[in-house]
Write a protein that binds this ligand. Structure first.
Ligand code: CTP
Ligand code: MG
Length: 419
């Protein structure tokens, strides 16, 4: 069996004692990704079997799950998780931070479990406990499908557990269940003041990082470069994402900053030098937070059951739902043919003119004077850093809301495309 894991996901292992949860977790995940109730029982009481320590242990488990999911980190809960009520609070936390939820159920024959239990020096409880747990597992079979897990994998033999192949993908499909309403914001490019003004106009409480009606922001990427305050934009967007109030896809400028921060050699052009200087003027933890944030950004996301797709430079229909280098390159740079124009910039092909899909695609990347619908796609990069405006598209309302740039921060190397 193949288990596909998004980067930002909560994995809940479900199974009676001795079904091999911890063995499986050790094999497929790193030690810090696994949050084990036994481990924290031992931490607080020196004895992982001390049931009187369970309350304290689970408080720690929940607290750590919360802190990891807030950072968008893949997190695995290694506990029996046999009751709906056990799983419920993890699901709520995951929903709060907008991460995917996956249940992996270990469903082995009673005889195998009993034999393993008897052979374990580290589990001395009565065998009747296994019967009780098996009854709860039986109930879970009925309840799990109506809980909010995005995927449930049932491993019903030793062979099935043994043969699992874990594939970690990007977060492309993690938000399919999110229906909005959204405010999708075009390329910010360091225009912090305009961003705050736009969010205020959209009725966000910027200090509280929330919207009174629970609306959610989606950034189309290119948060940084060209404008005057890329560090401020990063800080605000990271806080909004952490709060679960915003989602963000990566733009080519964000990706270049990511590569720079991880030590790659990149050309410091198009405003990157200023951005790096701003980030380096901040305390080192900010730099680390930015790097971690950028490393975890998806290059595109699908929402609202597949009716909406957000990618920095858009995405051709035949690539929807796919991942890999071709898809990534398209999302970051759009359709290019490898040629350079008279200004030495990559030729950008107008993929949107050929688009025939039903999925609404919202993107940025190419500054345009006005955001205009074309074949169910819309480019909302209205060139704020170039003295244009910062635009939001309200979804599902399909209304545009803009604020004008306070000034021209960078001179475009080619004029805005008139639409
Ligand atoms: N085991 C086994 N073969 C496997 C997996 C596990 O024989 N393929 C054995 C382990 O060596 C261990 C026991 O089964 O002695 C239980 O495995 P473990 O992974 O610890 O099970 P858990 O589900 O984590 O049990 P618990 O809920 O008690 O922590
Ligand atoms: Mg275990």
């Amino acid at each position: 069996m193949t288990i596909t894991l998004p980067e930002r996901a909560l994995v809940v292992l479900v199974g009676v004692s001795s079904s091999g949860k911890s063995t499986f977790a050790q094999r497929h995940f790193t030690p810090t990704e696994v949050v084990s109730s036994d481990h924290y029982r031992a931490v607080v009481s020196n004895d992982e079997n001390d049931q009187t320590a369970s309350k304290d242990a689970f408080e720690l488990v929940h607290s750590i799950v919360d802190k990891r999911l807030r950072r968008g980190l893949l997190t695995v809960v290694d506990a029996t998780n046999l009751k709906t009520i056990d799983r419920k609070s993890y699901l709520l936390t995951a929903r709060h931070y907008g991460v995917a939820t996956i249940a992996i159920v270990f469903d082995l024959p009673q005889a195998v479990l009993l034999a393993r239990h008897r052979a374990r020096p580290d589990r001395s409880f009565e065998e009747t406990v296994l019967d009780y747990q098996l009854a709860n597992l039986e109930n879970s079979r009925e309840h799990l499908p109506v809980e909010e897990f995005q995927a449930i994998y049932i491993l019903n033999s030793e062979q099935a557990i043994e043969s699992v192949e874990m594939i970690r993908t990007s977060q492309v499909n993690s938000y399919l269940r999110e229906t909005g309403p959204f405010d999708i914001i075009g390329d910010v490019h360091g225009c912090y003041d305009e961003l705050v003004e736009l969010l205020t106009k959209l009725e966000y409480d910027v200090a509280q990082l929330s919207h009174p009606k629970g609306r959610k922001i989606i950034f189309v990427g290119d948060l940084v470069d060209r404008g005057p305050n890329s560090a401020g934009v990063l800080r605000l967007v990271m806080q909004l994402v952490q709060q679960g109030t915003a989602l963000c896809v990566t733009g080519n400028h964000d990706d270049k900053l990511r590569r720079k921060l991880r030590g790659n050699k990149v050309s410091m052009t198009h405003g990157l030098a200023d951005t790096v200087a701003q980030v380096e003027a901040e305390p080192s933890f900010f730099r680390q937070d930015v790097r971690r944030f950028l490393e975890n950004l998806p290059y595109y996301i699908r929402l609202d059951g597949g009716r909406l797709l957000v990618a920095h430079a858009g995405l051709r229909e035949d690539l929807h739902g796919r991942t890999g280098e071709t898809v990534r390159a398209f999302c970051l740079f759009g359709a290019t043919n490898g040629q350079l124009d008279a200004l030495g910039l990559p030729v950008r092909l107008n993929w949107a003119a050929d688009y025939k899909g039903k999925t609404t695609i919202v993107y940025g990347h190419t500054p345009v004077a006005e955001a205009v619908w074309l074949n169910n796609t819309i480019d909302i990069d209205t060139g704020c850093a170039f003295g244009g405006k910062l635009t939001a598209l309200r979804y599902p309302e399909r209304e545009l809301v803009s604020v004008a740039a306070k000034r021209l921060y960078a001179v475009p190397s080619r004029p805005f495309l008139a639409v």
